[in-house]
Design a protein. Structure first.
Length: 109
């Protein structure tokens, strides 16, 4: 996590409420339905691209290769890499949970 103070407070009551709404979803299908109703197709595609960037960064691919594969600008790749390293830890939390889930499902299969 970054130790620098944010330039503005991002954790508003509205964002907290949105987080609670997202946390109430029980399945990937429910999450997809909610996100589709909440976001424009362009917003969903942008978030999906950023998530792909995160996953490729985690694999250790070079920024230019990630940009080529995802069609994200190198600026976007750099920004996502910054948040992966110095953000609130959300990317890392989800990456770790998904890794554990895959590992657990592989051992029970």
């Amino acid at each position: 996590m970054s130790t620098a103070e944010p330039s503005h407070q991002w954790q508003t009551p509205e964002i907290t409420e949105l987080g609670e709404a997202i946390a109430s979803l029980r399945t990937p299908a429910e999450a997809a339905r909610f996100l589709r109703d909440l976001c424009t197709l362009s917003e969903l595609e942008a978030m999906a691209h950023r998530w792909q960037v995160v996953r490729l960064l985690e694999e250790g691919l070079p920024y230019l290769e990630i940009s080529r594969r995802t069609h994200a600008s190198t600026t976007t790749v750099t920004r996502v890499a910054h948040w992966l390293r110095f953000g609130e830890g959300g990317y890392r939390l989800v990456l770790d949970r998904l890794r554990r889930r895959r590992r657990n499902s592989a051992t029970t299969a």
